[in-house]
Design a protein around this ligand. Structure first.
Ligand code: NAD
Ligand code: UDX
Length: 459
């Protein structure tokens, strides 16, 4: 079949895979190829067991794979054959040298640019899909245009706003698609080509075009604003616990103000995930780089409150359980950083598990999708941790349950049966406020929500 365009995506991770699957699904006229240096990952994308769990993803991959969606490892050949190249490689926080702990590690992204330059034989539009520090595209242009080849490259910024667990829904019906370009004739021509791709399913008024730097910075700012809301509500949850105010009631009351809005006001054990902390630290680093100390400190506070919330949660557990966890069995309900994903990157559960083990508790972890990742994350701990898929088996003989991920299944478990299986007194720490606390109390549990008075049977 003759395709209208050959589109390549370098990086077959949580973003590259689902994003390209959606483009392939919506645009049968384009050939989409996704490549990665990780051959196992490409093998998995070509198998029945995809490397990323996202509701609805498997169905669209099944419909497109082998028709206009391909997963490949031959990066040079695919670069040669494509006109448009998305780059969706990882951009983690640097853990060495200058900016360690804050700046973005750009080595993967830079290597990709050099590879594109090495194998390209015709003009290409190169699109930043990864989240990058503002003005990275300038470095990219410089790398692509250096050397002897006289090939025209146009760099665009098209940050991705999908959230894990709802990636397919977000990609199918995005709030907006953001495209940044150079404000030159060739920049506008390239931008129009990308607009044309998205216009196959995204209404034109939702496709926002800006200059390159605004686009790059908007992605960092959007994540910082979202994380800031969570830190704000979590900060207020600490005050609720001191004053008998109820955080869910407070969130409803403030969220009804149309200027504030009701989303992203769910108090929790703190935000996790591969993006929020990394992108805020990146923003903080940029601010310091440009001499904006006060601005850097402001955003750093969002991460500080997040660390505080995780710490507070484990400290509350310790206090509630008579100031000793040594030898006690604690079951963690959920390990993923949020529901509907197996991803555990930066999940608060890692911190909480480490702290509980430090207190010499024995922990048992249950999660519908994240047990394999949990094993890897906690492999460094010299401690016996049990991993069990079945929550009823996991709670056997436990003193406490700490609910860490808001999986729906935890709402509908038979807590009477669970209570019978546990050691007494039995504790539940609901780190997501999703359970029916008064009902659990009636059953006999001592219940500790976030930002609400506890329900205990102690005199
Ligand atoms: P990921 O780690 O899941 O995937 C990145 C992939 O790039 C890996 O499979 C890696 O092997 C591959 N890769 C690295 N260097 C390569 C190279 N030189 N050539 C070919 N492949 C290479 O990361 P991700 O979660 O998909 O994130 C990718 C980017 O998107 C990051 O910048 C991230 O900040 C951003 N982002 C992520 C999310 C999210 O929810 N995960 C959402 C929006 C934006
Ligand atoms: C985030 C952004 O939402 C997305 O736009 C961006 O592209 C990538 O980063 P993601 O990290 O996948 O997406 O999930 P998100 O739904 O934002 O949740 C992040 C963390 O915040 C999770 O740990 C979640 O449990 C927590 N959270 C979210 C809360 O604690 N309370 C809330 O009200 C919302």
């Amino acid at each position: 079949m003759n395709f209208k365009k050959n589109i390549l995506c370098i990086g077959a991770g949580y973003v590259g895979g689902p994003t390209m699957a959606m483009i392939a699904y919506k645009c049968p006229q384009y050939k989409i190829t996704v490549v990665d240096i990780n051959e196992d990952k490409i093998r998995a994308w070509n198998s029945e067991s995809l490397p990323v769990y996202e509701p609805g993803l498997y169905e669209i991959v099944k419909k497109t794979r082998g028709k206009n969606l391909f997963f490949d490892t031959n990066i040079p050949k695919c670069i040669k054959e494509s006109e448009i190249i998305f780059v969706s490689v990882n951009t983690p926080t640097k853990d060495y040298g200058v900016g360690a702990g804050q700046a973005a590690d750009l080595q993967y992204w830079e290597k990709t640019a050099r590879t594109i330059r090495e194998y390209a034989e015709s003009p290409k539009i190169v699109i930043e899909k990864s989240t990058l520090p503002v003005r990275t595209s300038l470095a990219m242009e410089r790398i692509l245009s250096s050397g002897k080849k006289n090939i025209a490259f146009e760099v665009l910024s098209n940050p991705e706003f999908l959230a894990e667990g709802t990636a397919i829904r977000d990609l199918e019906n995005p709030d907006r698609v953001l495209i940044g370009s150079r404000e030159t004739e060739s920049g506008y021509i390239a931008r129009e080509q990308l607009v044309e791709i998205y216009a196959n399913w995204v209404p034109k008024e939702k496709i926002l075009t800006t200059n390159l730097w605004s686009s790059e910075l908007s992605k960092l700012a959007a994540n910082a604003f979202l994380a800031q809301r969570i830190s704000s509500i979590n900060a207020i949850s600490a005050l609720c616990e001191k004053t008998e105010a109820n955080i869910d009631e407070v969130a409803t009351a403030i969220g009804m103000d149309a200027r504030i809005g009701s989303k992203f006001l769910k108090a929790s054990i703190g935000f996790g995930g591969s993006c929020f902390k990394k992108d805020i630290m990146n923003l903080v680093y940029l601010c310091r780089f440009y001499g904006l100390k006060e601005v850097a400190e402001y955003w750093e506070g969002v991460v500080r409150i997040n660390e505080y919330q995780k710490e507070r949660f484990t400290r509350n557990m310790l206090n509630a359980m008579f100031n000793t966890l040594a030898g006690k069995k604690i079951c963690l309900f959920g390990f993923a950083f949020k529901a509907n994903t197996g991803d555990t990157r930066e999940t608060p559960s890692i911190f909480i598990a480490e702290k509980l083990i430090e207190e010499r508790a024995n922990i048992i972890i249950t999660d519908p999708k994240a047990l394999e990742n949990a094993k890897n994350d906690l492999g460094h701990l010299n401690s016996h941790i049990e991993y069990m898929k079945d929550p009823y088996k996991a709670v056997q003989g436990c003193d406490a349950i700490a609910l860490l991920t808001e999986w729906d299944i935890y709402k509908s478990l038979d807590y009477r049966r669970i209570f019978e299986l546990m050691t007494k007194p039995s504790f539940i720490f609901d780190g997501r406020n999703i359970l029916n606390h008064s009902e659990l109390y009636e059953i006999g549990f001592n219940v500790f929500p976030i930002g609400k008075p506890p329900f205990t049977h102690f005199k």
